[in-house]
Design a protein around this ligand. Sequence first.
Ligand code: ITT
Length: 202
Amino acid sequence: GKLVIATHNPGKLAELRELLAPYGVEAVSAGDLGLGEPEETGDTFQANARIKAQAAAAAAQLPAFADDSGLAVDALDGAPGIYSARWAGEGKDFLAAMTQIERLLQERGAKTPELRTAHFVSALCVAWPDGHLEEVEGRADGTLVWPPRGTAGFGYDPVFLPDGHGRTFGEMTSVEKHGLPPLGLGLSHRARAFMKLAEICL
Ligand code: ITT
């Protein structure tokens, strides 16, 4: 059937399309449908994913798939967290957001990898027009490097070195970042969440 991908983030959209590709669903983006962006008033990733999926499902009268995600830095008490997009400001200046994180880490004397741990979270929600919901969450653990490395991916990818790997997400192809079988057991937060969702409803 047809599915709305309820995101206006091009990097996310590309990854979600790739993840969905093997399942033969016809995916149309919120942008293509001219859907607006609901206010993300939730205080968790899951709550915001639900807000986005339900708004798109109601507006399009189709099942809708949303991702709410972000980077949580341990030494910064989990910031930027659900505010990861907003930290980059209206201009989507992720270099500025990464520089700000680094400045705060330096202020806290976070020099060794053990003091620079962080994780990405992806909350995925599929909402149907009849009110049915499926919700899952995935997580990827790693450390933050400085300066940024690589130009692949989006957002905070160039500073995130996933545990057990020598390259940042910014230095990986999207296929490597997903790390799905047969290449791995799921690497990125989004791919890990997606694997759970696929088991439930794809
Ligand atoms: P939509 O709400 O339209 O989906 P958004 O960018 O506003 O787009 P979020 O509110 O979920 O989405 O913000 C998540 C931010 O966290 C996003 O802007 C990214 O910069 C960052 N982020 C999430 N997943 C990431 C990933 O895989 N790699 C790098 N950064 C990521």
